[in-house]
Design a protein around this ligand. Structure first.
Ligand code: CAA
Length: 393
């Protein structure tokens, strides 16, 4: 099944986005990956997405194209349409794509030329798998409350502590890790580091099983020694760097939710048109038409907020203005994930018993969407961010 393309005609998009979404939709329908083992499947998706050039949208081109990216900047609209298209086909393919971007985003934003040269081309080709290690058992929504600590020593750093809910944990080749470098300074005492997976002080073997299987682990750092060159960005500037990275990728989570919602709507429409009952099709009932109408409006409302957030950021970058899109990205992420959950639930209900049968698309979507309302900032955090922004305006 392929996504519809009418939304690509909206003025938020340029020709590059339209072409990209259509090319990717043509490519994805040909891709069948056995997703029984999520870790193997994720590796396979990274390999294919890298080999066919799609991961090149997760990093910018860099000086003379040295970083391997397809476009001059990290283009939010490209990320949104790519994630939307991938999620329509396979939420795991979307996950594999997204983590390359989120895991390397802080290197794009704040890496030294040497760090950018060492990691970004490998992310763009799929040769290295990336991860973003921010959350801890007692510091999820309250990211500033982390306790993982990095101590400065002769020529480098030593990290001790633990991170959890780390996507690509155990699979990644490197982890952009946030740790306290000044325990007394709250969010102003956090620094980012690049920790390679083969570091002897890092144990990433504690996998976490979740309802929609994807690679996830707890990381243990025990006297994990890092070269001074592993520091990413400014000392004690890590919290802002994490938030700036999330500002870019939260709008793309909305894109992924939108892709899942569009798929659920398409499945519901197809089912309603063919399912016979009481001498007519399911689609002939006004109750069905009302549900389909509500689903379509929820999808479009989410789409407009998502595309706006992505367009605003791209436009700010194009004009060289440092525009903060934190509130707009939060609105997009909150609305698209919440609406997608409702749309998928309605699609499942329209499928009747088939909707809960393992192997039916709406059944897996029902599980796939749930985590998106939590990760990269739960709905309640997005509400806080938006509320603060409105009160300060
Ligand atoms: N850009 C730049 N700076 C920012 C910023 C942004 N978007 N957001 C905050 N800041 C700055 C603030 O200006 C402030 O700066 P000063 O110290 O100079 O004043 C500083 O950061 C602290 O900001 P707050 O006082 O607002 O911080 P807070 O402690 O109240 O927390 C929060 C704010 C929004 C709740 C934040 O903690 C947050 O976003 N929490 C959710 C964390 C999250 O999204 N985790 C997801 C983990 S990643 C993941 O899920 C990936 C995966 O596995 C798939």
């Amino acid at each position: 099944m392929k996504p519809t393309t009418a939304h690509l005609e909206l003025p938020f998009f340029d020709e590059v986005h339209r072409t990209l979404a259509q090319r990717l939709a043509d490519w994805t329908v040909l891709q069948q990956v056995d997703e029984t083992d999520d870790r193997q499947a994720c590796k396979e998706w990274v390999r294919r997405l890298g080999a066919h050039g799609w991961l090149r949208y997760c990093v910018p081109a860099g000086p003379d194209g040295a970083w391997g990216g397809a476009l001059d900047r990290l283009d939010s609209r490209a990320l949104v349409v790519l994630r939307e298209t991938l999620a329509f086909h396979s939420p795991l393919a979307d996950f594999a794509f997204a983590m390359q971007g989120l895991g390397s985003g802080a290197i794009t934003l704040a890496g030294t030329p040497a760090q950018q040269a060492a990691y970004l081309p490998q992310v763009a080709s799929g040769a290295k798998i990336a991860a973003f290690a921010l959350s801890e058992a007692d510091a999820g929504s309250d990211a500033g409350a982390m306790t993982t600590h990095a101590m400065a020593g002769a020529g480098g750093w030593t990290i001790n502590g633990s991170k959890t809910w780390i996507s690509n944990g155990g699979l990644a080749d490197f982890y952009v890790t946030f740790a306290k470098t000044d325990r007394t300074a709250g969010t102003r005492g956090i620094t980012a580091f690049i920790v390679d997976a083969d570091n002897g002080g890092l144990d990433s073997s504690a996998h976490i099983a979740v309802m929609s299987p994807h690679p996830l682990a707890t990381l243990a750092f025990t006297d994990c020694r890092l070269d001074g060159r592993a520091q990413l960005g400014t000392l004690n500037g890590g919290f802002k760097l994490a938030m700036q990275t999330l500002d870019i990728f939260r709008a793309s989570v909305a894109g992924a939710a939108l892709g899942m919602a569009r798929r659920a709507l398409a499945e519901a429409v197809q089912h309603a048109r063919t399912r016979k009952m009481f001498g007519q099709t399911l689609a002939d009932f006004q109750l069905t038409q009302a549900k389909i109408g509500e689903m379509a409006a929820l999808v479009d409302a989410a789409a407009l907020l998502t595309y706006r957030a992505a367009w605003l950021r791209d436009e700010g970058e194009r004009l060289g203005r440092n525009v903060r899109v934190t509130a707009e990205a939060a609105m997009a992420k909150m609305t698209a994930t919440e609406n997608a959950q409702r749309v998928i639930d309605m699609a499942l209900q329209l499928h009747g018993g088939l909707g809960v049968k393992v192997g039916t698309k709406v059944e897996s979507l029902y599980r796939d969407i749930r985590a998106l309302r939590i990760y990269e900032g739960a709905t309640e955090i997005q509400q806080l961010i938006i509320g603060k922004a409105v009160l300060q305006s």
